[in-house]
Write a protein of this length. Structure first.
Length: 290
């Protein structure tokens, strides 16, 4: 019991650290895309991540990494994941950090809808009610009228949908090693960044080149922390701590960019968090029912 409790506490600590690192990654991304193009950020960030990942790929075996199971689904997952990152950078360049992250945290709500449509999962009335609350939260966070839905806000919603679709694809690839998933994801982002380079190139200074590279390393370490957290403790215990992302987004957005959230955004964030926690509780009860 003591060992289990220690693992749980360590899992919570790893989740909190991972979310903090993701927040730092988001702040760096928002700051860098104000100077450099999305393609440039994607390319340099991904190349740095691949350099760090290379020893793990070699240890696992290059053939096993390059020839994963279900390559079509892997490709779709890479496409959705790359779209998620690219749209985040495009949206956060024009929106306050907290607003962008609030919309992204609606992903659990979108996942339920996509799972019902694509995976034919059965969704009860209680979960649909939670989904409805989540969508109301997104609508409130975006603004009280359809006229206030700007292009960056639309990109944020589309990016959250891409992230949700990536999670759905990930459910079908649970047997694939983590190194393979991360390697494909990072390589796909590098290719998209390369394809977007003709849209513009700003010669980075040595300092900014280091920051662009650090962006990829920070994101990779954050992913490792969250992955390790989910292996040390039950998902129902550690996943709620992901909502500390909103707290960090508010703090960093105010301290670094001078952004102060509107009452509508705070209300929308509260509804999204409530819907996400309700879905988590319902999922936990469903898992215990058998």
């Amino acid at each position: 019991m003591t060992a289990s409790r220690n693992n749980t506490l360590l899992g919570i600590a790893m989740m909190l650290l991972g979310i903090l690192l993701f927040s730092v990654n988001d702040v760096m991304g928002k700051w860098l895309v104000s100077t450099y193009t999305v393609g440039q950020v994607l390319l340099i960030r991904s190349l740095a991540g691949l350099v760090v990942l290379a020893p793990f790929v070699i240890k696992q075996g290059l053939s096993r990494t390059l020839r994963p199971e279900r390559p079509v689904l892997q490709t779709l997952r890479v496409a959705f994941g790359t779209g998620d990152v690219a749209l985040f950078y495009a949206a956060v360049a024009h929106l306050p950090l907290a607003d962008t992250m609030t919309i992204w945290l609606a992903a659990p709500v979108f996942v339920v809808v996509l799972a019902a449509i694509l995976l034919r999962e059965k969704v009860g009335a209680a979960r649909w009610c939670a989904v409805a609350v989540g969508f109301v939260g997104v609508a409130v966070a975006l603004g009280p009228s359809a006229a206030s839905l700007s292009a960056p806000a639309g990109m944020a919603v589309l990016g959250s949908l891409c992230f949700s679709a990536m999670m759905i694809a990930g459910r079908q690839l649970r047997g694939t090693p983590d190194v393979t998933l991360v390697a494909w994801q990072t390589a796909g982002a590098a290719l998209i960044g390369l394809a977007l380079l003709p849209t513009g190139w700003v010669q980075p200074s040595l300092r900014d080149l280091g920051l662009l590279s650090l962006l990829g390393v920070v994101a990779m370490v954050a992913h490792l922390c969250v992955t390790r957290s989910l292996k040390l403790a039950e998902a129902s215990v550690v996943v709620p701590y992901q909502y500390t992302l909103i707290v960090w987004a508010l703090v960093f957005g105010w301290l670094i960019f001078g952004d102060w959230p509107t009452p509508a955004m705070l209300l929308g964030a509260g509804l999204i968090v409530a819907a996400g926690l309700a879905l988590l509780i319902l999922e936990r009860r469903g898992a215990r029912a058998p």
